[in-house]
Design a protein around this ligand. Structure first.
Ligand SMILES: [Zn+2]
Length: 323
């Protein structure tokens, strides 16, 4: 039987995997296929996207009645949603690409693009906590940390499409040693509480804990966040990493609450979605600071495995969320 519903095609590009799939207008993912990404720069990433999308259209969506309505991209880095430009992955990879024009022409479909965190925020706005709140903060705590801010139903974009890079703020915690951050500063919340930050902190502190049972892998492999959590009950280094990360995220939440006055805070991303850190984060929140956050602090209800894909598909819907 063929699927008759309208579908929106999403491309969720992460550092190691690329997920392509389709969602109906009610927010249900109806098909998906995973590819390897492993890109070096934007030009290389575009080649990976094109080859994977060709494969998906050939093999991934045979049961559909109609072509997808549009393509939506959720990309890491700085993205201009209005102009369809992918400016940069990070400070070192800055090949500006008119990616919606290139893909739109090649695949003969309307194409839209957004930063990965803001695209997940848009899925949250349409299908998640946006059903209850029009003033909320979404904080992604994964390999990195970034925030999306919705104020009065509008997504804050910023003058240079760079709003919400709250991972690069300092939050008054002392990791015990200066941890250099990608952005050039030290001890940013991303450098102490994200997946990459926990890896950096573990490596910087391990010599002070010669009896630690935490494994520090070689060969470019990161320290497993899950292992840090599991061993934190019996390993002083892991306990310290967990306590610092939880306090750092709690302070970030309170800073954003003071900055944007939301009634709800939603957390997503691999470091928080297993809920291990969540009670520790909540315990570090000051009730007075949080008094107007009447709908509470929650872990996203969107499936963390597909939140990025839902975000990209939501971008394909091209709804107006910006002011
Ligand atoms: Zn930083």
């Amino acid at each position: 039987m063929k699927i008759e519903a309208l579908s929106y095609l999403g491309i969720d590009l992460g550092g190691t995997k690329l997920l392509i799939g389709e969602m109906d207008s009610a927010g249900t993912i109806i098909s998906r296929k995973q590819y390897r990404s492993g890109f070096l720069d934007q030009t290389n990433a575009l080649q990976v996207i094109e080859a994977s999308l060709e494969d998906y259209l050939r093999t991934g969506r045979i049961q559909y009645e109609k072509p997808p309505q549009a393509i939506g991209l959720g990309l890491v880095g700085r993205v201009n949603n209005a102009l369809g430009i992918w400016y940069q992955i990070d400070a070192r990879r800055t090949t500006e690409l008119k990616i919606t024009e290139i893909l739109g022409r090649k695949f003969a479909l309307p194409c839209y693009v957004e930063n990965d965190v803001r695209s997940a925020l848009k899925a949250e706005l349409l299908f998640g906590c946006g059903q209850q709140s029009k003033d909320f903060v979404y904080i992604n705590v994964g390999t990195g940390i970034a925030a999306g801010i919705v104020s009065g139903g509008h997504v804050l974009q910023g003058g240079h499409c760079n709003a919400g890079e709250a991972g690069h703020t300092r939050v008054g915690v002392d990791p015990g040693v200066e941890i250099p951050c990608e952005c050039g500063r030290v001890n940013c919340v991303e450098a102490v509480a994200s997946g990459s930050g926990l890896d950096k902190c573990a490596r910087a502190l391990i010599h002070r804990y010669p009896d630690s049972i935490l494994s520090i892998p070689a060969g470019g492999k990161p320290v497993e966040v899950k292992e840090i959590f599991e061993k934190s009950g019996r390993d002083p280094l892991c306990a310290r990493l967990v306590d610092t990360a939880a306090l750092a995220v709690a302070n970030l939440i309170m800073n954003l609450v003071r900055t944007s006055d939301p009634d709800m805070v939603v957390l997503g991303g691999g470091v928080v979605s297993d809920r291990f850190l969540f009670p520790k984060i909540q315990a570090a929140l000051d009730p007075h600071t949080m008094r107007f956050v009447t709908r509470g602090v929650e872990i996203t209800r969107l499936d963390p495995a597909y939140a990025g894909l839902m975000g990209a598909c939501t971008v394909a819907m091209n709804r107006e969320f910006s002011n």
